[in-house]
Write a protein that binds this ligand. Sequence first.
Ligand code: NAI
Ligand code: MG
Length: 492
Amino acid sequence: MATAIEPATYTAPEIRQTQMLIGGEWRDSVSGKTFATINPATEKVIAEVAEGDAADIDLAVKSARAAFESGTWATLDARDRGKLITKLANLLEDNFDELAALESLDNGKPISDSCAADLPLVIDCLHYYAGWADKIHGDTIPIRGNNFCYTRREPLGVAGQIIPWNFPMLMTAWKWGPALAAGCTIVMKPAEQTPLTCLRMAELAMEAGFPPGVINVVPGYGPTAGAALVKHPGVDKIAFTGEHRTAQIIMADAAQTLKRLTFELGGKSPNIVFADADLDAAVAGAEFGLFFNQGQCCCAGSRLFVEESVHEEFVDKMIERANGRVLGNPFDAKTTQGPQVDRAQFEKILGYIDKGKEQGAACVAGGNRFGDKGYFIEPTIFTGVTDDMAIATDEIFGPVMNILSFKDFDEVVDRANRTNFGLAAAVWTKDVSKAHRIAHSVRAGTVWVNCYDVFDAAAPFGGFKMSGIGRECGEAALANYTELKTVTMSLG
Ligand code: NAI
Ligand code: MG
């Protein structure tokens, strides 16, 4: 794992790349249009970025298709594909400071988080998948008769990848790593809120020496550039991270061409604290599990179930921690909470805070905008939350914690599962068998025991139910980018 660098000296970096990458060349959009990317801490424009639409997507897909079909990438020695991915990881590490600062500038996340979480996870992910490139292989299968049967794992083809704004570089790495290791070529559409780090990563990929057309990046909006990518007949697969409603549109749009789909969507993840837990650890874990990244995490522990007998003590400790969070300039090393990513998210979250108050929950911390510039929201806690309130059912994607009280094991399992989502869950207890019983009963793709948000490139991540289809990270993600071919030969 790359080591985090002391963030005290960071300032906003120079913006090096605002064009789109198609076929190894940097260019303006066909329409000539651009869109502004905003610094959410100041509400000021950082840069104008090339705005792709269907015409640019078409060019990018043709270039990815040509790069795939030329064979220069898919049939390159697998070990050499791995070496190129390693080279990219090393270049990211060489440019660690600039990339961390660029991520904080465009997204608003505290520089200490970019340095301690995003960048190390990104670099680790690419190293991990570099190692897989020459380890993707089939089986020999003892079928009936005098036959020799084996399977091959062939690259799927052109992968369309659509990512959100909450972890712009990490989502890029999670998508590029397994696709490149498998020998696919890529057309990526970064989120319109945060295109800058993906473009800079693509620039470094060119420097690493990826052949033209293997990685294409087209910034733009969802209904134009994103939808064109989903509908394009030259794309074999869409990997999408974002809102479940967007995934529903993508699934319908992909039906015509029967594309392979993997989705990593939202959640309303239960975080369950039993009375026998180490309460201070649970409070710290709950804070991290909800407020990390300004609450903009798909797996945020946004339904915090606390056993009745420790509820009051827990709430008191939690309020103290929430009030101790440091909001402000993301480039200040002491800042622990930055602004929400944009005005739309900011207003959506404030709307949920109002709804929580209207529906009778008690707002015991925060509950308002912080300051008068930038999209900052106070760390907010609601108690007295019931399962049917909007704040307990909907993904808020902000610094709004909902504390629900429960009496016993069966009740909390039942309530934890009463949601259409199933991305993550956590349980805090010293009772090992209780921990495993929760881990096995909660319908979620990831369960953390006495911890939260422990991520690793090697550990599969994804959702049950409406939280997604397929898994990212780990060996599992390679299946998203390969087709299995069976070859049978008569020996008789
Ligand atoms: P979104 O799902 O609309 O956007 C994610 C990506 O999909 C962006 O690149 C966007 O341009 C693209 N997109 C949008 N519409 C598209 C379409 N019709 N076809 C193809 N691509 C399309 O999410 P948004 O609007 O940024 O945030 C809304 C809510 O979604 C958030 O408040 C949060 O609840 C949830 N969300 C969940 C995320 C997660 O990691 N699970 C990440 C981002 C948002
Ligand atoms: Mg949207």
